[in-house]
Write a protein that binds this ligand. Structure first.
Ligand code: BEZ
Length: 209
């Protein structure tokens, strides 16, 4: 019998969903959550998701009492309050704000990369807005430069909210922008990612092939 008491509206391609799943694995709670796979994009929303989350976005987590949590930042905070181990989101002090700020930058990379994906995969090519695409890509490059610095000391210190976010952002870039070749420009980050991408939580949540 399944031990699941919660339901996660999910798509295996979403880096935000992956972040939540990695949190569940790393905190030993994966079995508590059943997955409901949904297909959605800005032009083809999911009625099932809309019925629960007015923002129409995933991930969204249905709790045992029927209440719903979204978005991924709220969900990982909830998950981190449901286990007895060392928190993956520091509860206070300077570490809390630094790790959350790195995590926010990782979310910005995911946002930009997902927007690029939607623009290039769902809009007719003649309608692509080149300057806007360049602006999103530049945001990603600037963030990777900051992660390259962080990869020397900050990212290796723990696999927590910051490191999980950066790892999931890099995984999504490899998935949707395999031509990007970011490893050449950011070798320290590449070495760090080569190691953390072998963690069981990352291997169990890889994007679809
Ligand atoms: C994707 O196919 O890249 C994707 C799917 C769902 C959410 C975000 C991204």
């Amino acid at each position: 019998m399944s031990a699941a008491t919660m339901k996660l509206f999910h798509n295996p391609a979403s880096p935000f969903v992956r972040k939540v799943l990695v949190f569940l694995h790393e905190t030993g709670q994966r079995e508590r959550v059943e997955l409901e796979t949904v297909l959605l994009s800005p032009t083809s929303p999911s009625a099932a998701v809309n019925a629960h989350n007015p923002a129409g976005k995933i991930p969204a987590l249905c709790l045992a009492d029927g209440s719903l949590l979204h978005d991924s930042r709220v969900i990982v905070d909830y998950i981190d309050h449901q286990h007895g181990g060392e928190p993956l989101i520091p509860r206070d002090g300077a570490a809390r704000w630094r790790r959350l700020t790195l995590a926010s930058l990782a979310d910005a990379v995911m946002d930009a990369a997902v927007l690029i994906r939607y623009e290039t995969a769902t809009r007719p090519e003649e309608k692509h807005w080149a300057d806007w695409l360049d602006g999103q890509q530049a945001k990603i490059t600037r963030a990777l430069a900051e992660f390259e610095t962080a990869a020397s000391a900050e990212l290796p210190s723990r696999f927590d909210v910051a490191s999980i976010g950066v790892a999931c952002a890099l995984g999504y870039l490899d998935f949707r922008q395999p031509e990007l070749s970011w490893r050449k420009s950011f070798p320290t980050l590449a070495a760090w990612y080569a190691e953390v991408s072998q963690r069981p939580s990352m291997l169990a949540t890889q994007p679809p092939v």
